[in-house]
Design a protein around this ligand. Structure first.
Ligand code: APR
Length: 181
């Protein structure tokens, strides 16, 4: 069974096979993590994105990573938070499920996710973390191909929410302190 890591950092520097981008429906770049990934990958990323014809909310599409350490970028579009009565939870869950399905297709072993929809799209972080961790738990229960999923939080507050949810789900096996068993 693959491992889940919850870390605080910059997803563009992660040495993994694929990173996930929290994009918008146009796939033509933006601010936040989308902007950071495009800046780090270089202009060829936008050139390839232009060939994809956009992306539906909840769906995921793949490009190469170009100047990023990651070989692939899986672009997914999270829901904009509009109060919770517009299928936001299900759409966010779909982002994680569809991104993981693309990762399987690519045969990647390691993948890093940002906190989808919790920035410009204003999805409440604790609720988003619960959805993300639940999807990781379901996936890791039945998949044997992905060795490591990293949840990369950019700030301490986001990190705290994902760590708490991962601990609640029993997905963060704390390694015993050295010397004590
Ligand atoms: N590494 C990891 N996480 C990052 C990075 C980074 N370099 N930069 C930002 N983040 C975090 C944000 O702090 C937030 O926790 O990614 C999370 C998602 O925030 P946004 O990037 O704003 O994404 P989202 O809320 O899904 O909104 C998507 O924003 O950038 C535009 O084009 C994008 O229109 C789309 C919208």
């Amino acid at each position: 069974m693959g491992k889940l890591l919850v870390i605080q950092g910059d997803i563009t520097t992660q040495e993994v096979d694929a990173i996930v981008n929290a994009a918008n429906n146009s796939l033509l770049g933006g601010g936040g993590v989308d902007g950071a990934i495009h800046r780090a990958a270089g202009p060829q990323l936008l050139h390839e994105c232009r060939t994809l014809g956009g992306c539906q909310t909840g769906e995921a599409k793949v490009t190469r990573g170009y100047n990023l350490p990651a070989q692939w970028v899986i672009h997914t579009v999270g829901p904009i938070w509009r109060g919770g009565a517009y299928n936001e939870d299900q759409l966010l869950a779909s982002c994680y499920r569809n991104s993981l399905a693309q990762a399987i297709q690519l045969g990647v072993k390691t993948i890093a996710f940002p906190s989808i929809s919790t920035g410009i799209y204003s999805f409440p972080v604790q609720q988003a973390a619960r959805i993300a961790i639940r999807e990781f738990a379901h996936f890791l229960d039945r998949d044997q191909t992905i060795a490591e999923i990293s949840m990369v939080a950019f700030d301490a507050n986001t990190f705290g929410h994902y760590k708490q949810e991962a601990e609640r789900a029993g997905l963060l096996r704390e390694d015993p302190p050295i010397g004590k068993n």
